[in-house]
Design a protein. Structure first.
Length: 300
């Protein structure tokens, strides 16, 4: 009896190990596939840009013979250091500050949401130490806030299902509610914002959409960041409004990602292995058929 009851546990454990191994192999394969595709698409363009930059430096030295190569390289280094400190080399000293309240609010949002564009960071020791502790408490707070916001969105989705639900149409209503949720969120957070960014920043729609998704997914490369062009005049609350849009967009996209991950996991588990419940059911039946052991009551 003891040996037969342990068989379903061993079977479930073996299936869990095989599923974990499959997930690890699939994950590594996906990373290798991405590496090969990115190398194929980007390496040749990088070589072209590098050669073009070297050619431009040679032309610059030929036009300004008073400079030598070492002086030019030192100036390029100065430009790189300025960019790393958040100073845009374009324009002049009248460029707006990166640390006014609106920009600082935007930066605080990129810290707690772990987007981290990388185009701006604290340069003082005090600012760096504060950033560490600010993120230490801010990241969990942000996760709790997004989790609560996601629960609120999910609750409204369930309420919508119950409101329009009719007998015999539960599956249709559920599909319709999910479709409305996905369509509304896609329009509000992924389709319309690139139009605004294209108009304000001068990007193409494709660049605006790329920035939108890279931001809301918290990847945050930093190659495109709003409100950084010194040649444009932005309204003071532009970046603050963008930060608020990011927070609600994060909650929506995180919920979509969670649903997608659950569906993918269930699909792969069903496809690759089906739990053998017959042994477990048989064991349960045998246990239920056994006579109940008498209980001993100890008087107090």
């Amino acid at each position: 009896q003891q040996q037969s009851s342990s068989m379903p546990i061993l079977t479930i454990h073996n299936q869990q190990i095989s599923w974990t191994l499959l997930l690890v192999v699939g994950y590594l394969f996906y990373l290798l596939l991405g590496a090969m595709v990115f190398q194929l698409l980007e390496k040749q363009a990088e070589t072209h840009f590098r050669d073009q930059f070297q050619l431009e430096k040679l032309k610059f030295l030929q036009n300004y013979t008073c400079l030598d190569k070492q002086a030019l390289e030192q100036f390029v280094q100065v430009l790189l250091e300025a960019w790393e400190k958040g100073v845009n080399p374009e324009g002049n000293s009248t460029n707006p500050s990166n640390w006014d309240f609106s920009n600082s609010f935007f930066f605080a949002g990129t810290v707690v949401t772990t987007i981290g564009y990388g185009n701006l960071s604290p340069s003082t020791v005090a600012g760096q130490i504060f950033c560490v502790f600010y993120a230490l408490f801010g990241v969990p707070l942000n996760l709790a806030f997004l989790n609560q916001l996601g629960k609120g969105l999910n609750a409204h989705l369930i309420t919508l299902e119950r409101w329009v639900q009719k007998p015999g149409r539960a599956q249709v209503v559920q599909t319709l509610a999910v479709a409305i949720f996905l369509t509304t969120g896609t329009l509000l957070f992924l389709v319309f914002p690139p139009l605004v960014f294209s108009y304000v920043e001068g990007w193409s729609y494709g660049e605006g959409f790329y920035f939108t998704f890279i931001t809301l997914s918290t990847i945050g490369f930093g190659d495109y960041v709003v409100g950084t062009n010194p040649n444009k005049h932005y309204i003071p609350v532009y970046r603050s409004l963008t930060a608020i849009w990011i927070v609600f967009g994060l909650a929506w996209l995180a919920l979509v990602f969670n649903v997608g991950a659950d569906l993918m996991e269930k699909f792969l588990q069903i496809k690759w292995h089906k739990p053998d419940l017959s042994l477990a059911e048989g064991t349960t039946t045998k246990l239920e058929d056994e006579p109940e052991q008498p209980r001993i009551h100890i008087p107090s």
